[in-house]
Design a binder for this molecule. Sequence first.
Ligand SMILES: C[S@@+](CC[C@H](N)C(=O)[O-])C[C@H]1O[C@@H](n2cnc3c(N)ncnc32)[C@H](O)[C@@H]1O
Length: 327
Amino acid sequence: MAEDEELLDLVLAGPPHAHQPNVLLAAVHYLVLSGLEHPLASVYARGRATADAPAKFRDLCLTHRGELLELITTRRTQTNECGRSAVLALGLAVAADRLGEPLGLLDAGASAGLNLLIDEYRLDYGPHGALGPAHSPVVVECAIRTPALRLPPRLPLFSRRLGLDRSPVDVTKADDVRWLLACVWPDTGRLPRTAAAIDLARRHRPPVVAGDMVTDLRGVLGTFSPDTAVAVVTSWAYAYLSPDGRRQFVEILMDEGRRRPIAWVSAEGPGVVELFDPPPPPAGEGTNPSVLGLALFEGSAPDAEALALVHPHGTWLDWRGAMTVPA
Ligand SMILES: C[S@@+](CC[C@H](N)C(=O)[O-])C[C@H]1O[C@@H](n2cnc3c(N)ncnc32)[C@H](O)[C@@H]1O
């Protein structure tokens, strides 16, 4: 695409927020999921690239330019990856061990709120064990790369859970759901699991309020009972904030931490959370690993630590923290 003038023209005809590969890729996937009859559909259905896939992709883009332009103009990348629950669970377990239970749970940048359903999923850590209901329709597999790591016996208890997002996905709206699915890459095998998680969300309706995770953060935290510690989760969401937004976000958590204990469980790209240095990735690592971190705000300077290197979709976890998971 980067070398194709006609495809670049299509992208540049959209607004600046569309000038990233994910937006056009999702728009094409959206048309395919809408039932468009085009040879690319069979490539996506197979979930595996073929030698002629790029030519089919290009043909679809040029023959459906108008619909794609409309989509990239009106939609933004919107992902919600329930696989991340497997890594967030361990960060939340350490937070509960340090701050007590039950915890209030606030997912900032929650999208459709799929990770608020963390204790509805079967989190399968292979030989290390599993957490969550054995017969859940959503099974999240996460390979633990740290042989000595012991899992907690269960997930923490949550007194209340809430999501905050500037554009929450309404799981009852077919178009929104299709866009959410379109943002999942078709060749990763994550599509059926996301669809099953969306089905669960339709039944459980995890509450997600519309708002900004900086300017509305204080107000939303104020709706949690002052008697409970609150775990604020950001997963691949804090990264979207400007440097000033990030600074304000941390200041608000510090301020709130003077009223009651706050834990910030973050899963973000390396170096995004400046409170701790990311651990070095193992040599030869293909995917640039993200970092699971925990920062505790209890009235003084935050006690922050990188707990683990993690795959951005939660498929593996390599524990690096001194804070141990309560076994
Ligand atoms: C990459 S998605 C990640 C969603 C979810 N946390 C996950 O891990 O699956 C980023 C989310 O952050 C939200 N977001 C970005 N900036 C935001 C802001 N300033 N306030 C609230 N939400 C924001 C987006 O709407 C989007 O739903």
